[in-house]
Design a binder for this molecule. Structure first.
Ligand SMILES: *[C@@H]1O[C@H](CO)[C@@H](O)[C@H](O)[C@H]1NC(C)=O
Ligand SMILES: *[C@@H]1O[C@H](CO)[C@@H](O)[C@H](O)[C@H]1NC(C)=O
Ligand SMILES: [Mg+2]
Length: 253
């Protein structure tokens, strides 16, 4: 990831969980399976944490609240040590390979859906700069793009896909969100769909499915969808192919 330097990842995780996209964070059900009590050696912790990350990405972990404390350090390493970038790059390459095979992209109706937070924009800088404060000071700080997401976004534009941005961010953040996206290199999307007052209280899956459904009714063919949460990808009016970006930091229902 391009711009993540602090090692205060445990704070980052807590802040993300408490603050980021609060209306949709699932309540209550803390369902991750704890590591064995006697995990003594470094390697067995590392092994458990690899398994935990895989379980999260495959959605086998289901609803979860916090990264297991034993895994904070290995998740940190995953994020800043290059493996996350490598994983995201491979997602982008699969997505572009699929996109290149979609026929007749000439009428503007061949569409690709993107989530924003932790998909096009990385919020990690926010939480570095907030220095432990859980208030959303962060909104004033520009979020960075991922190298892989920029490559994917621009590649899809070149392939004539119509881009639909679908975010859990509230409508009141439209102009700051647009500015942030432009500043880090995204442009030329067709729709930026945000939560309006009537979406209050809806789960992300419900809200996002409804929005996709509206796009389908407008005549768009949703070929691809890229998001860091399963709730970006599941539900109804799903895209032909879904591309899951890794996110072992927080979970949104
Ligand atoms: C994109 O669409 C234009 C016409 O609008 C066409 O000339 C061009 O070949 C298309 N590009 C690709 C990569 O399909
Ligand atoms: C969300 O945006 C709407 C429309 O701009 C605004 O009326 C409302 O106060 C906002 N809600 C929050 C929680 O910011
Ligand atoms: Mg997201």
């Amino acid at each position: 990831m391009a711009c993540y330097r602090s090692s205060s990842l445990s704070f980052f995780i807590v802040a993300l969980l408490t603050v980021l996209i609060s209306p949709a964070i699932s309540a209550g059900d803390s369902s991750y399976i704890n590591p064995p009590v006697n995990v003594g050696s470094r390697s067995s912790i590392a092994s458990y944490c690899e398994s935990w990350r895989l379980a999260v990405e495959t959605n086998n972990a289901g609803t979860w609240n916090v990264t297991p404390s034993k895994c904070v350090s290995s998740i940190n390493t995953y994020y800043i040590g290059g493996q996350f970038d490598s994983d995201y790059n491979l997602v982008a390459r699969y997505a572009l390979a699929f996109a290149g095979k979609v026929k007749n992209r000439l009428d503007g109706k061949d569409a690709w859906v993107f989530d924003i937070d932790e998909t096009l924009l990385s919020n990690s800088e926010y939480y570095n700069k907030a220095h432990g404060s859980a208030t959303y000071v962060s909104k004033k700080v520009q979020a960075q793009a991922f190298d892989a997401s920029l490559k994917l976004y621009k590649g899809l534009k070149t392939l004539n896909f119509t881009i639909i941005l679908l975010t859990g961010r509230n409508e009141s953040r439209r102009s700051t969100t647009e500015k942030n996206l432009w500043d880090v290199g995204y442009s030329g999307w067709e729709h930026l769909l945000m939560r309006s007052p009537e979406d209050k209280g809806k789960t992300a899956t419900q809200y996002k499915s409804e929005q996709r459904s509206k796009m389908v009714k407008k005549g768009y063919k949703l070929h691809g969808n890229t998001g860091d949460q399963w709730s970006d990808l599941l539900g109804f009016a799903v895209a032909t192919r879904s591309f899951k970006v890794p996110n072992p930091l927080y979970y949104i229902a």
